[in-house]
Write a protein that binds this ligand. Structure first.
Ligand code: FES
Length: 111
């Protein structure tokens, strides 16, 4: 399967322990940068009631949803603790300072 890598700007466009919301034809994607400079991308849509995860608080490799404080793993997209649900995780590639995300849906649509 061909993966469609989309350029989404520079690592430094995202504040440390912060996030950016990237609008794609495939929906809004929240791209996070952790304190360790790891970058993760997940759907910007909390599995609870759709809260904007890109506006949540990043701690470790997780984000706390700004609406009702569910904690979502950035690595797996799964809700942590007693809560159940998950969001889609999107592969991220870093080349130098440049960030890319892989949108499979677009690739398969184009195929
Ligand atoms: S919408 Fe995210 S915790 Fe409720």
């Amino acid at each position: 399967m061909t993966v469609n890598w989309i350029s989404i700007g520079l690592l430094t466009d995202i504040p440390l322990r912060g996030a950016r919301c990237v609008k794609t034809p495939d929906g809004k994607i929240a791209v996070f940068r952790t304190a360790e400079n790891q970058v993760f991308a997940i759907d910007d849509h909390c599995p609870h009631k759709g809260g904007p995860l890109s506006q949540g608080i990043v701690h470790g490799a997780a984000v706390t949803c700004p609406l009702h404080n569910w904690v979502i793993s950035l690595e797996t997209g799964k809700a942590l603790g007693a809560d159940e649900g998950s969001v889609r995780t999107i592969p991220v590639r870093i080349e130098g300072e440049q960030l890319f995300i892989a949108l499979e849906a677009l690739a398969s649509r184009a195929a």
